[in-house]
Design a protein around this ligand. Sequence first.
Ligand code: 13P
Length: 287
Amino acid sequence: MLVNAKDMLQKAKEGHYAVGQFNINNLEWTKAVLQTAQEQNSPVILGVSEGAGKYMAGFKTVADMVKAMIDELKITVPVAIHLDHGTYDGCMKCIEAGFSSIMFDGSHYPIDENVEKTKELVRICAEKGLSLEAEVGSIGGEEDGVVGMGECADPDECKAIADLGVDMLAAGIGNIHGKYPANWPGLSFETLEAVKNKTGEMPLVLHGGTGIPEDMIKRAISLGVAKINVNTECQLAFADATRKYIEAGKDLEGKGFDPRKLLAPGTAAIKETVKTKMELFGSVGKA
Ligand code: 13P
């Protein structure tokens, strides 16, 4: 069932668990995440970055594929299709393409400009029934060629954006996309707590879910995080399983070169990763 992310995140915040956003990259990825959500009876958010949207032949292709798959695979759990780190133009395109949720990443703008643009999108999303995520304090690491430094958000700026009427807020708390370096100091719970105290009931979003230790994930959820984004970890699991298949020479046995066989171990590895994350986030059985 395609829905926006508003209700599922409010329920998660109240119930002290988090809904996973799993970024999708192709048909196999999408199917793996949807099937796992159904098997685990968990709500789920499919994340699509602007780069992944382009790769999959455009946002309309992605939205239509997801809708058709929900129908054909009889997916009854709540599913949101969400633009990840959108530009203002990307947000407009996704609204047009039929996404149910968008993220406007205005974190690199001066706060006044972030506020203005977010305000405009709050109005449009309310009119069209989409949910909206905003970001304050840029999240580090590299995504689509953009490298951020892993800032800690200013809690007052978080409140200013939260008060505009967004449905979820990503605040930088020292988290970064991709693998964490060995000398990473960990999440700033001090920042998270200050943001939570200022923003109250607002569901908070933790980006860069890959590689954050379990105890930090649980603590973040206890401090108001209701959505956790995971991308790299599924990519690593997919690549690892695919490499093992090739290295074992399985593609050379019989019709092992058939993409339906070649991509099967990687797809199973994505399913396993998603299941493990849903268990950790506490969203199993919460559909
Ligand atoms: P990772 O790739 O580190 O899991 O981060 C995903 C993310 O935050 C997408 O916005």
